[in-house]
Design a protein around this ligand. Structure first.
Ligand code: PRX
Length: 651
């Protein structure tokens, strides 16, 4: 985030008060009435007794097979929630609904990019999940085994996740926009026994042949015994008969009933890989019980989910937003959700507005990047459609600039819908800092930690700071908290728990204003945020260096009006290699092949050296300052201060 953006945020003084008629009928207000709580002050205060609070909250949301003995057990940095309970999240997401009137309620309205539509009820979902769960068992998948899922936004993706969870297997979903190599690395890190993919899918009117990418990955994935393939496009694809099986053949004749595995509430539900400052992506571990309570609670209160709502979280299930708020939380609450396969501006920039109008969407949750994209197309595309069903809006993934916030409020929400700016992370599992529909809003601020959650902003000495940037920390454990990093306990402890004793370090620079509103200003570490997606600077650097002509690379993020940040890289070529425009394009393509399109550098500058410390650490901060024309500070300790000038000349 640039200095200019920060100063805009600092100047933001507007306050949007919630409308009385909305406040009175909210889920949070009703809960307050039942618990004899007068106002939000008292609510936050009472929720400060967080063990009591989570116990109360969990009662309305989940059903244990066997009750817990203790709400929480906290031995820094490891937590257990609802200790001793027998549980499976699939019971709440699917099984319980088929015993009620919701059996015939639509769970998902799927719309493919070409326009094909399919609606499935909770009962349909129950049957499909059971059939696949039985089939996975037939393939030898057992409790604790890992299943790699490489699927686009089609109904089989939530079905596959739920089928794994049902039998106690751990799913590891890899975003379908990631490359074959990225998929392979993740499959190998978790030693997946089975992977699930599809022949291809639609994106911007063309087909993406995902099976070919999966095949490339599986050439070097020794743990994988079977590859289950969904037929989506119907085109001919390469086939390995000893390994590959069509989904429809596999589930054909598979029994429609499958007993849900009674797990320990703290057994792992999934791994989801996310980027960090250094090294390989981290396999973040989430567990069944606490995660179910935390995700369902936050969706229920923040978005005020009612049975009459049509919910659309327009993220991809390949990211945590989709895991928590397309799959698990809405299903636990028995909601009807929209699932859209394609690009937001295909075939025209009003595809989303068309979808909202067609299905009477009432709650929309998206990212600032998408909002800025639609702003660019202009409000005339919006005005062609009736969006009057909308009642609440949401934002996630990156700081929302007040200009985008106001545009969203005015043109999408018709000045009627509060905007829930939700701050959270892959690691947190669910919202941590977010307004409630009863909270006065300040555009650009995620407002306060939710009831039951506690966060603060502290300086390097660990002292709370106000009206100045500091480290965002979470000060006590929360139900959806990550349980570790797969195969890397030391990294888990070091990354999140070593800087400030007993406090979770989020890695974001944040400011708390005089009214205790939190303003998230961007990452404090070397993690990029491209269109709200996390990519490690070091991952892009390694991808560049893996090209045979590259000797060294340094990658920085630059402010970008649409994507929030863009990727700028400084590349040192091997001796004797001449820089050229064609090589620049080849390197961009190379990174795209290694990591996926979203990680493709926007800029590549050829330099003869990059600034480094005497111990050889690349000084990204210095490079960034120089490239942005900011003050670089003292560079006398660098091994090669002259390299800084070269950066200045290159850009
Ligand atoms: O920098 C923060 C930013 O996204 C990071 C987490 O990224 P990821 O794990 O990919 O999860 C994204 C979706 C939950 C955070 O450390 N971030 C997320 N939400 C916000 C945000 N920054 C500002 N405002 C937000 N509402």
């Amino acid at each position: 985030m640039s200095g200019e953006d920060i100063s805009v945020l600092l100047d933001e003084k507007r306050i949007f008060k919630p409308k009385e008629e909305l406040v009175n009928q909210t889920n949070v207000k009703q809960w307050m009435d039942i618990h004899d709580i007068k106002d939000d002050k008292e609510l936050y205060k009472k929720a400060g007794n967080w063990e009591w609070f989570w116990e109360e909250i969990s009662k309305d949301l989940v059903e244990w097979y066997e009750p817990y003995k203790k709400v929480v057990e906290w031995k820094v940095p490891y937590v257990k929630w609802f200790v001793g309970a027998k549980y499976n999240i699939v019971h709440d997401a699917v099984d319980k609904h088929v015993k009620t009137w919701r059996k015939n309620k639509v769970a998902f309205i799927f719309e493919g990019e070409p326009g094909d539509v399919k609606k499935i009820t909770y009962n349909d979902l129950y049957i499909e999940v059971n059939k696949l769960a039985n089939s996975l068992k037939k393939l030898g998948v057992k409790k604790g085994d890992r299943v790699g899922i490489y699927l686009p936004m089609i109904l089989e993706l939530p079905i596959a996740m739920l089928a794994c969870a049902k039998i106690g297997a751990i799913h590891s979903v890899v975003f379908s926009g990631f490359s074959a190599i990225a998929f392979r690395d993740r499959v190998n890190d978790c030693d997946a026994k089975v992977v699930i993919t599809c022949d291809g899918f639609w994106r911007r009117g063309t087909k993406v042949y995902l099976k070919q990418q999966a095949d490339e990955a599986l050439e070097n994935a020794p743990s994988v015994k079977h590859c289950v393939v969904v037929k989506r496009t119907g085109d001919g694809i390469p086939w390995t008969p000893s390994r590959d099986v069509w989904w429809h053949d596999l589930v054909f004749n598979s029994p429609k009933e499958c007993e849900t595995e009674r797990l320990d509430a703290n057994d792992p539900l999934y791994f989801l890989y996310t980027s960090g400052t250094t090294g390989k992506p981290k396999g973040i571990i989430h567990a069944h019980g606490g995660y179910a309570v935390g995700t369902a609670y936050t969706l229920n209160w923040v978005f005020d989910m009612k049975d009459t709502d049509i919910w659309w979280c327009a993220a991809d299930i390949g990211w945590v937003t989709g895991h928590s708020y397309i799959v698990y939380a809405p299903l636990i609450l028995g909601a009807t959700s929209v699932l859209y396969e394609g690009a937001p501006n295909w075939p025209q920039p009003d595809r989303w507005w068309e979808i909202i109008e067609r299905y009477n969407v009432t709650l929309l949750y998206t990212s600032p990047t998408s909002i800025r994209l639609f702003m660019k197309y202009g409000e005339d595309w919006v005005k062609k459609h009736d969006l009057s069903t909308l009642r609440l809006l949401g934002s996630v993934g990156e700081p929302i600039n007040p200009e985008a916030w106001i545009w969203y409020y005015k043109y999408i929400g018709n000045e009627n819908c509060p905007i829930m700016d939700t701050w959270w992370q892959t690691e947190t599992g669910h919202f941590v800092i977010s307004p409630l529909p009863i909270t006065p809003l300040k555009p650009g601020s995620a407002s306060h930690p939710l009831p039951g959650l506690a966060a603060d902003v502290i300086n390097e000495e660990g002292k709370p700071v106000q009206n100045a940037g500091g480290n965002l920390v979470i000060t006590h454990p929360w139900p959806g908290m990550l349980r570790g990093i797969h195969k890397a306990p030391e990294r888990y402890e070091k990354t999140y728990w070593s800087k400030f004793k007993g406090l979770y370090l989020a890695g974001d620079v944040t400011r708390k204003d005089s009214d205790n509103y939190f303003w998230i200003q961007g990452r404090a570490d070397d993690v990029l945020k491209i269109s709200g997606h996390r990519i490690g600077n070091s991952e892009v650097e390694s991808a560049l260096v893996s090209h045979p002509l590259v000797a060294e690379a340094a990658v920085i993020g630059k402010p970008h009006s649409l994507k929030g940040e863009s990727i700028s890289s400084f590349v040192v070529l091997k001796k004797g290699v001449e820089p050229s425009d064609s090589l620049r394009i080849k390197l961009q393509q190379h990174v795209s092949n290694e990591l996926g399109k979203i990680a493709k550098p926007d800029e590549i500058w050829f330099v003869s050296d990059v600034p480094k410390t005497r111990s050889g650490k690349i000084m990204r901060r210095v490079i960034r300052a120089k490239a942005l024309g900011e003050e670089v500070g003292d560079i006398s300790t660098l091994a090669n201060p002259e390299a800084v000038d070269e950066i200045g000349k290159a850009v």
